[in-house]
Design a protein around this ligand. Structure first.
Ligand SMILES: Nc1ncnc2c1ncn2[C@@H]1O[C@H](COP(=O)(O)OP(=O)(O)O)[C@@H](O)[C@H]1O
Ligand SMILES: [Mg+2]
Length: 216
């Protein structure tokens, strides 16, 4: 059976697609047969990112496909080592569906209270209403500003929740926008500082996934 990792959120624009692509290209570079299932049927931003990637001849190849329903993605999931669900713009029925079936559910969030509160509310819904095991949820800090105090406050707030908070965070950087504009993922940016930070968060997602899979 193919493994499944889902990126979901309550709010739009929190980096679900950005992190899906980074995880996808990292696994593809390691030789895994990966598919990114883009569940954003209206904008299909990961699919259009793939078109830029192909046009620019970027390797490794990574498969991206837009799926109208989670069920249609599931039909082909087992033909891949790993399917990465790039969630719908905000929480929908599909969000609960993918969260229930994924081996790991990543909730990306920025640091403001406006971002953190809906993130925790979604995690609470997924665990208490949808039956997603608490340990399968991981919160990823993304689009992080320069303030150390803000980062500390956000981590302190999240430490009072039952959820696993990933070490490392992706800063908000033009280098990442530039990379994705060219069909690269954020771990493929030529800028070393930003790349190291993106790599660290992605590696910690992989570590958490491996821990969960090994204990299953
Ligand atoms: N770390 C970052 N630094 C700068 N821009 C970012 C970063 N992460 C995401 N973005 C930008 O923010 C926007 C939303 O990101 P995206 O990954 O598409 O979010 P989602 O899929 O959750 O809606 C995109 O334009 C993307 O390029
Ligand atoms: Mg998206």
């Amino acid at each position: 059976m193919g493994y499944k990792i889902a990126f979901v959120s309550q709010k739009g624009g929190v980096s679900k697609s950005t992190l899906s692509r980074a995880l996808g290209t990292t696994y593809a570079a390691a030789g895994w047969n990966v598919k990114i299932a883009d569940l954003d049927i209206n904008q299909s931003t990961s699919f259009t990112w793939l078109q830029r990637r192909l046009k620019n001849g970027v390797t490794p190849e990574v498969a991206v496909e837009t799926f109208g329903t989670v069920a249609s993605a599931l039909k082909v999931a087992d033909t891949y080592d790993l399917m990465i669900f790039d969630g719908a713009p905000h929480a929908t029925k599909a969000t609960a569906e993918v969260a229930r079936l994924a081996d790991l559910v990543v909730l990306p969030t920025a640091l403001s209270v406006d971002d953190l509160e809906p993130t925790v509310r979604l995690a609470n819904n997924l665990t208490s209403k949808e039956g997603v095991p608490v340990e399968r949820i991981a919160i990823a800090l993304s689009k992080v500003g320069k303030s150390k105090a803000q980062l500390q406050d956000a981590r302190a707030y999240l430490s009072h929740t039952p959820y696993f908070v990933l070490d490392g965070q992706v800063p908000e950087r033009d280098a990442f926008v530039l990379a994705q504009d060219k069909g690269l993922s954020i771990v493929e940016t030529p800028f070393k500082g930003p790349k190291a930070q993106a790599d660290e968060l992605i590696q910690n997602i992989i570590n958490r996934f491996e821990t969960l899979v090994q204990s299953a």
